[in-house]
Design a protein around this ligand. Structure first.
Ligand code: GLN
Length: 479
């Protein structure tokens, strides 16, 4: 097979070709590793997708079913003996003694770890500009952001530097970069995939999810990650096997359009593309109806209390004693703690730690944290009510197409608005997928579909049918 033919294969097609004997795992691995290494060597002229690329091709034949398909993994997944830094200076050079369950399940199924991907520091961000290892560029336009926080994973897949990648989504970090880079991103039901070995941001929200070229690849990756893990008490057995999607029609499927997430604040070009995708869904037999998520407009406010509160607690462990960076020549213990955290954390992480610490402080706990939790419950109830009337809820994934590097870095609140349509599903713990819904101003627009907890098989099937009708072509950025 020529290198061009190899790179044209989806992860699933590549695994099938290896099984059939028409492609050698080594050939596939080398084709991608060369491209990934070239991106690293290109420095400023590259996309800056990777924080580590495997120095050596694997020696053994990888087992079926994933048969050696190379995998890129977000930096915050612990990988034994391989740098796992969560995009932060405070973990620079950290080599964990163990591997995250999501990653080890994939490698046990035969995937080969090829690279670690750049990300916003501790997954806090929507543009990948908060990384201690520099911003990632969007392969559709190098002057624009890839989205965040799994920006390296999304850009690598969109640019054909990896066949597929693993990311994490706390408030949108798989779906939003997938949307901005023109690929598929799935946030599974909370608890479906073990969080063991995922460097924590906000534990009640963090979920691992696939970033892939198409919906079938997302299903294939999910299939090999799900399941109860004794090392994560919040993980659950998935009630059924994850099937590869096959639907081509949407007959009888009711799609709910929440007015609260499809009006004000969404760019006109994004709304046009969203409308065009709805029209296609209707042609496939879907019924479109309005629904209400009355508390959804408060999701962002609740999220930006809860996520910082959890992060302020999770990030207390970075004290210069146990892992990573330690400030040199401290005067005393307190000086060591203070300067380690001062030098080790970036501005956004410090902002969140301060916000979270404040929200959890004795005098304000109930006014902020307690109230945000009550809003979270209301949002989950809104979804339950809506799913009594419709099968899936659909929205644009992000309110805008990819914006320019530096455009929002001075305005944290403008940056937070990117999560307007993705955060409600995170708070409710339900699965949601972003598929490429077309272009606006020559840049990809994401179409988001969300379903009830553990509806992944149905959700993937519906997304697959729609993907076929949309016929989005991402090949241009993989050249
Ligand atoms: N952009 C959101 C934030 O900064 C979501 C991040 C995420 O999902 N990890 O918190």
């Amino acid at each position: 097979m020529s290198a061009t033919d190899v790179l044209a294969l989806s992860a699933r097609a590549a695994a099938d070709a290896i099984e059939a004997g028409s492609l050698a795992p080594r050939e596939l691995f080398d084709a991608y590793r060369e491209r990934a290494a070239a991106d690293v060597s290109a420095g400023e002229d590259g996309l800056n997708c990777f924080t580590w690329v495997a120095p050596e091709p694997p020696t053994d034949d990888a087992p079926a079913p994933l048969a050696g398909v190379p995998l890129a993994v977000k930096d915050l997944f612990c990988t034994a003996g391989i740098p796992s830094q969560a995009g932060s200076r405070i973990l620079a050079g950290y080599l964990p003694p163990y591997t995250a369950s999501a990653v080890s399940r994939l490698t046990e199924a035969g995937a080969t770890l090829m690279a670690k991907t750049n990300q916003d520091e501790f997954a806090m961000g929507s543009s990948n500009e908060n990384s201690a290892f520099g911003a990632v560029r969007n392969p559709w336009d190098r002057e624009r952001v890839p989205g965040g926080s799994s920006g390296g994973s999304a850009a690598a897949v969109a640019a054909g530097l990896a066949p597929w990648a693993l990311g994490t989504d706390t408030g949108g970090s798989v779906r939003q970069p997938a949307a901005l880079c023109g690929i598929v991103g799935l946030k599974p039901t909370y608890g479906a995939v073990s969080r063991y070995g995922m460097i924590a941001f906000a534990s009640s929200l963090d979920q691992a999810g696939p970033l892939t070229r198409d919906v079938a690849d997302a299903a294939l990756m999910l299939r090999h990650m799900v399941g109860r893990d004794p090392c994560d008490a919040t993980s659950l057995e998935f009630p059924e096997a994850i099937e590869l999607p096959s639907a081509e029609r949407l007959d009888g499927i009711r799609l709910g359009v929440p007015q609260e997430l499809t009006g004000e604040g969404i760019e006109a070009g994004v709304l046009d593309s969203f409308g065009a995708t709805l029209a296609l869904a209707q042609e496939l037999g879907a019924e479109i109806q309005p629904v209400h998520l009355p508390h959804a407009p408060h999701a962002l406010s609740a999220y930006y209390v809860l996520a910082p509160a959890e992060c302020s607690s999770n990030l207390a462990r970075y004290d210069g004693v146990r892992y990573g960076y330690r400030a040199p020549d401290p005067k005393d213990l307190l000086d060591m703690y203070t300067r380690t955290r001062h030098d080790g954390f970036g501005a956004e992480v410090k902002r969140r730690i301060m916000l979270g610490t404040y929200a959890l402080s004795a005098g304000y706990y109930d006014a902020y944290y307690g109230r945000a939790q009550r809003v979270r419950t209301k949002i989950a109830e809104d979804f339950r009510t809506a799913f009594a009337a419709v099968d899936f809820i659909v929205t644009p994934t992000a309110p805008t197409v990819a914006f320019r590097l530096g455009e929002k870095t001075a305005e944290p609140l403008a940056m937070y608005l990117n999560d307007y349509c993705t955060v409600p599903m995170s708070l409710a713990g339900i699965p949601a997928i972003s598929i490429p819904g077309g272009l606006s101003e020559g840049l990809p627009v994401g179409f988001q579909m969300a379903g009830p907890a553990f509806s992944e098989n149905r959700l993937l099937d519906a997304a697959h049918a729609l993907e076929g009708a949309i016929g989005f072509d991402g090949a241009a950025t993989r050249a």
